[in-house]
Write a protein of this length. Sequence first.
Length: 334
Amino acid sequence: MRILSGIQPTGNLHLGNYLGAIRNWVKMQDEQNAETECFFFLADMHSITVHEDRATRLANVRDMTAALVACGLDPDKSVLFNQARVPAHAELCWLLCGTARIGWMNRMTQFKDKAGKNRDSASVGLYVYPVLMAADVLLYQATHVPVGEDQKQHLELTRDVATKFNTDFGVDLFTMPDPIISKQTARIMSLRDGTSKMSKSDPSDMSRINLTDDDDLLVQKVRKAKTDAEPLPETAEGLEGRAEALNLVSIYATLAGTTPDAVCAEFAGQGFGAFKPALADVLVAHLSPIRQRYVALKNDEAALDAILIKGAEKAAAAAEPTLKAAYDAMGLLR
Ligand code: TYM
C-alpha cells in the first residue's frame, strides 16, 4: 500500500484543505502498518501555473511545510518533500505528455474554472497541470490518494493515462491509484456562499477559515457566516436545500468526531444563534493548538529545509525505478 497526496503551497492552509485532505493524511500516516508507506508533498511545480515572485514562492513552501507538520504530519513517519527537489516529477510529466490526449485535457473542469473566460491568456502549464499530477501519482506506484472531491476528475485522468501508457507500450508498469475521498468533508463550502467551495482564491477572506486565524477572528467568521432563518432539523435529511446550514453542521460533526445526524439531534429546534457559538468553540479547540505549533515552527527555515531535503532524497530513490522503466519502455536511453 502506497499512500500519496500533494498540496499547492499557495496562500494559507484553510479548513477545506484541512478537513478535505490533510486530516486524512495524518490519520492514514498514524494508522499505517509495516506494509504501508506514505508520501506527501508540496506541489511547488504546480504552483508555477499562477505567477508568483521568487520571495513569495520561497516563503510559501516553507510556510506550508510548517503548517503540515503543525497539523500532525511527521517527517519520520511520512516522506515529506517538495516536488522541485525531485526532478523525476517533471521528467515523467514530459514522458506522459506523449500519452495524454488533448481531448482529455479539454474536459478538465478545474482548467475551465481556473482559466475562466479568457482561456487564451492562461498559461500552458495550467492546461498541462493534470499530466504533472498523473506523473506525481504514477511515479510512486501509489495505490491510495486521499484528496477532496475537486481532485477526483484529475485522478480519473491519471488512471486513463496509466492504462493508455501500459497498453501502448505493452508493459504492466503503472499501478491504478484509487482516490480516497471522505464523504462528510469531500467539499467544504465557502462561509459566504454554500454553493461554492472554500478556496484560497476567493477574494473574500471571510469566506474561509485559515489555519492561521486567531481565536477572535475564528469566532467572528463563524458569527458572520451566511445561514438561514430556520431552526436546525431533527435529522440531516432536513438540511436538504440548505447548503450553508449543511456545511456548518458537517464541519461541526467532523471536528466533534460525530455525524451530521447526531449534531441535528443535539441541536434540533434551535436556531443558529445557539449553534454558531458551539461551532466556534469546537473550531477554536481544534485549530488553536495547530496554530500554536505552526507559529513555533514557521521561522526555523533551516529545520524546515532539512525536512524537505531529507524527504526529497527518499522520494527520489523511491521514484527512480519507475522513471527508469518508463524511459526504457519508450526506447529512450538515458
Ligand atoms: P490543492 O492545493 O488545491 O488542495 C489540497 C487538497 O485540499 C483539498 N481541498 C478541499 N477539500 C474539501 N473542501 C474544499 N473546499 C477543498 N479545497 C481543497 C483538495 O481536494 C486537495 O486534496 N492538484 C492538487 C495538488 C496535487 C495533488 C497531486 C494531489 C498535485 N499533485 C497528486 C494528489 C495527488 C491541488 O491543487 O490541491
